[in-house]
Design a protein around this ligand. Structure first.
Ligand SMILES: Cc1cc2nc3c(=O)[nH]c(=O)nc-3n(C[C@H](O)[C@H](O)[C@H](O)COP(=O)(O)OP(=O)(O)OC[C@H]3O[C@@H](n4cnc5c(N)ncnc54)[C@H](O)[C@@H]3O)c2cc1C
Length: 476
């Protein structure tokens, strides 16, 4: 019997797992996928929002403003890239200027600090490449950029270090309420748990609706992106938004923590919850919108396009709390944007809820908040590189030439806690295949290392999902 079972190892589930691993309690974290952060957490704009966008007095506004300042500490403890670079919402006409004034006022109401309205000259000083039509902007100093899946992976690693059990490839298929606990039926067998925390992203409604009569519905809303080559580094300094529309926050042009530029997303309802295809018309719309914000974006430097799916709840706001008719079943559902930004504050809140349920949790004396730092070979001095190669020659073997990733780093990513088992798992952790060639050169070499280290054949290596094989057999 587990005390707590967390369903879903996205940013929300992993944050809660790490937060609750500070206490003497048994915790199981499960996900249907073969890796942590394979849902919305791996495909979003990666922004830590300031907090002026969400309507006042919503969960979204509250957790956004509380979550934003929590990123510095956690990213330092877990060695995850995070930069507080600030954001601009551009105005192109007087109507936009009115929206910006409203956003400014809403920001103040929500408790956002360090926001101001700028005229064209001041905006251009901060962002020299803004479009010619821009007349002013809302500037928020506290907005930032983060590595979302790196953070979720690091949280999972640290949670496991502190006693959490992670079970991947484990899909919750049914839940039965028994006397004082739940029986969770999965494709990997049954688990008993006193408390379930439902962090199942776009599927959280389906789990809630099994156990509770207070049903809700989650609609998938797809957002598509361009990811640009690092040669565009310097095009922009800040996160550049346009004014929000009823459909969402609008197309963003932003630097990433790895030195690329990300452009997107749009916001469209889709029929299927796992539809992450990209579509020409939507990408064209994103391109036209971005060209209005920033001049001379070199769209011949696109290195990939991708899409993520938001979990949009029919309540219009995050659903966080115990289901009234199902004691011990805690929903953390409908966590659409700005869910990434809210994640540390949501985790703190949910752990307080659990603390109340157990009438006070006992703190561990030996909780270790620090994740063992992965070696990033290219960040070492020449002397450190030479020493490391002498100790382990695999660090002298460059596998990915675009991102300069060594064999040693890839092997480490496989054998760490919550280690990678797929090509995308390696890419999420150490970035081979994230550069200009998108794996054109390094893919066979990464597959070879994955096969060798896991003692399986190359034919069994997958891209991400269980059946996404690259090879079907030998030709010669
Ligand atoms: C296009 C887009 C842009 C965004 N931009 C931003 C942004 O810039 N800033 C920001 O703050 N937020 C942003 N967000 C929101 C943010 O990405 C999400 O709020 C956050 O990732 C949600 O995390 P999660 O853990 O709830 O969901 P997910 O990451 O989707 O995780 C849910 C997990 O549950 C698992 N699961 C589902 N069903 C089952 C089951 N039956 N059994 C076992 N496991 C199951 C899934 O496999 C998945 O891993 C954006 C979202 C999108 C889609």
């Amino acid at each position: 019997m587990y005390d707590i079972t967390i369903v879903g190892a996205g940013i929300i589930g992993t944050f809660i797992a790490r937060e609750i691993s500070k206490y003497n309690i048994s915790i199981l974290l499960i996900d249907k996928e073969n890796d942590v952060a394979n849902g919305a957490t791996k495909a979003n704009t990666a922004l830590v929002h300031a907090g002026y966008d969400a309507p006042t007095n919503t969960n979204m506004a509250y957790f956004n403003v509380r979550g934003n300042p929590m990123f510095d500490k956690v990213c330092e403890e877990l060695d995850v890239p995070f930069k507080r670079i600030g954001s601009l919402v551009l105005a192109f006409d007087d109507k936009d200027m009115d929206i910006i004034k409203n956003l400014y006022q809403r920001g103040l109401n929500n408790g956002v600090k360090d926001i101001k309205i700028l005229d064209r000259k001041a905006t251009k000083k901060l962002e020299p490449n803004i479009g010619d039509d821009v007349i002013g902007a809302l500037y928020a100093k506290s907005a930032g950029i983060v590595g979302p899946w790196e953070l979720a992976i690091a949280l999972a690693e640290n949670a496991i270090e502190n006693g959490v059990k992670l079970s991947l490839n484990t899909k919750v298929e049914d839940i039965k309420r028994l006397d004082g606990h739940y029986l969770i039926k999965t494709n990997e067998g049954e688990f008993n748990s006193k408390i379930i925390v439902n962090c199942a992203g776009v599927y959280a409604d389906e789990l809630n609706n099994i156990v509770s009569n207070n049903k809700f519905k989650i609609t998938p809303r797809k957002g598509q992106y361009y990811l640009m080559d690092k040669s565009l580094d310097g095009l922009i300094n800040k996160i550049v938004f346009q004014c929000p529309t009823p459909k969402g926050k609008g197309v963003v042009v932003a630097p990433t923590v790895h030195g690329n530029v990300i452009i997107g997303p749009d916001n469209e309802i889709r029929r299927y919850k796992d539809d992450t295809t990209t579509e020409k018309d939507n990408l064209n719309y994103i391109r036209e919108s971005a060209n209005r914000s920033i001049k001379n974006i070199a769209f011949n430097k696109v290195i990939t396009t991708f899409a993520g799916v938001r979990a949009d709840p029919n309540t219009r706001d995050f659903i966080i709390g115990e289901a009234e008719d199902s004691k011990g079943f805690i929903n953390v559902a409908g966590i659409k944007s700005p869910g990434l930004t809210c994640s540390p504050a949501i985790a703190e809140y949910v752990v307080n809820l659990i603390d109340e349920k157990f009438n006070g949790l006992e703190k561990k004396d030996d909780f270790n908040p620090i994740r063992k730092k992965p070696i990033r070979f290219m960040e070492l001095s020449d002397e450190e590189k030479n020493l490391l190669i002498k100790k382990d020659p695999r660090y002298g073997n460059i596998i990915c030439r675009c991102e300069n990733i060594t064999e040693g780093e890839i092997v480490d990513a496989i054998h760490r806690k919550a280690g990678a088992t797929t090509v995308d798992g390696i890419k999420k952790r150490v970035r081979p295949g994230s550069g200009r060639c998108q794996g054109g050169f390094c893919l066979p070499r990464v597959m070879d290392i994955l096969a060798r280290e896991q003692n399986i054949s190359m034919e069994n290596i997958t891209k991400d999902s269980p059946s996404s094989y690259y090879l079907i057999g030998k030709t010669k």
